[in-house]
Design a protein around this ligand. Structure first.
Ligand SMILES: Cc1ncc(COP(=O)(O)O)c(C=O)c1O
Length: 333
């Protein structure tokens, strides 16, 4: 599929303009020197309402659909420091829709970080202390929230955790096309994009987009969560759903999903790791750019470790996708 056809396919879906594109793609000369690789950064942080982030691109499609359905309320859920929940609340408020956020945790004593922003946005927060410590099945947990929300909120538009469905992921198909154009116009070659993986929608959208475009740009995701069972299998299925939505039936297997699972997550999702904290400090002190402890810090720690292990070839350009999340910094001492 060529670029024009892909953009025409995307244009068939209702879409809101919540940020200015393309987001900048900037070199990181001091950081690159300090780790011994050619690294650039794609600034998808701080895009969109409510201090924004990567979820904005997904919500441009999902909230347009909510509006089309005439929704007065929107429901979603996430971990206590979910950026997705906070950005959904901000976009909903901008559209005059009431945001309801579910958390499978005890109601915390202090509302800090993203929870503080949710309070400012007057999001309706529902705390259900049902969380287990193990991995969950993505589809079952979405079904569970739907059930609770029907009883507790009434009629509403439901957005899965992380905006993780084929419609939402179109935002990152579009981003793959955007990166393809930027890389060509900057004359960058042998490019590999590194992104944090939470629910994996960002990765699936990028992978679907670069596959459809037959782009030379490769993508690799770094799992920061260890959250889901059958994860590569589910992402393969989702990637196939995304390409089908855009008019091309393709089959992806779990082994086709370019993701490093488990290695860079640290103890568990939502708990900062030492390597992640070190990576945050290294980027801040070399380039003045701030990452977050839950997603991008751990993904950057993965990137640094992969450079150390010789994973990238010396002629490869690595683009780190900065997916946002800075409000999470203020939830940790
Ligand atoms: C800051 C940040 N980076 C990365 C991710 C991961 O995105 P995805 O859920 O699409 O894998 C998220 C959300 O989960 C996020 O909030």
């Amino acid at each position: 599929m060529n670029f024009t056809t892909l953009r025409a396919q995307l244009a068939q879906f209702p879409h809101l303009a919540l940020a200015n594109y393309p987001t900048p793609l900037e070199p990181l000369p001091r950081f690159s020197k300090s780790i011994g690789a050619n690294v650039w950064i794609k600034r998808d942080d701080n895009i969109g309402p409510g201090l924004g982030g990567n979820k904005t691109r997904k919500l441009e499609f999902l909230m347009a659909e909510a509006q089309r359905c005439g929704a007065h309320k929107v429901v979603t859920f996430g971990g206590l420091q979910s950026n997705h929940a906070r950005i959904t609340a901000a976009v909903a408020r901008k559209l005059g829709i009431e945001p309801h956020l579910f958390y499978f945790e005890k109601r915390p004593r202090d509302f800090i970080g993203n929870l503080q922003l949710n309070t400012l946005l007057n999001a309706k927060m529902h705390f259900l202390p049902l969380a287990g410590d193990g991995r969950n099945d993505l589809q079952s947990i979405n079904r569970l929230v739907r059930l609770f929300s029907r009883a507790m909120v009434g009629p509403s538009y439901f957005i899965p955790v992380g905006g993780h469905n084929a419609l939402g992921c179109l935002g990152y198909v579009d981003c793959a096309a955007e990166i393809d154009v930027q890389v060509k116009s900057l004359g960058l070659e042998n490019v590999i994009v590194v992104t944090a993986v939470g629910t994996g929608g960002t990765l699936a959208g990028l992978h679907a987009g670069s596959t459809l475009l037959d782009s030379p740009v490769r993508v690799i995701g770094i799992d920061v969560g260890k959250l889901w069972t059958k994860f590569p299998h589910d992402l393969a299925h989702l990637t196939g759903e995304i390409t089908a939505l855009l008019g091309e039936r393709r089959t992806f297997a779990a082994r086709d999903i370019p993701m490093i699972e488990d290695r860079y997550c640290g103890r568990k999702y939502g708990v900062p790791s030492q390597a992640g904290t070190d990576a945050i400090k290294r980027l801040a002190e070399t380039e003045g750019i701030v990452l977050d402890p839950v997603y991008t810090g751990k993904a950057m720690a993965g990137l640094i470790d992969l450079v150390r292990r010789g994973f990238f070839k010396s002629d490869e350009t690595v683009i780190f996708l900065h997916t946002g999340g800075a409000p999470g910094l203020f939830a940790f001492p």
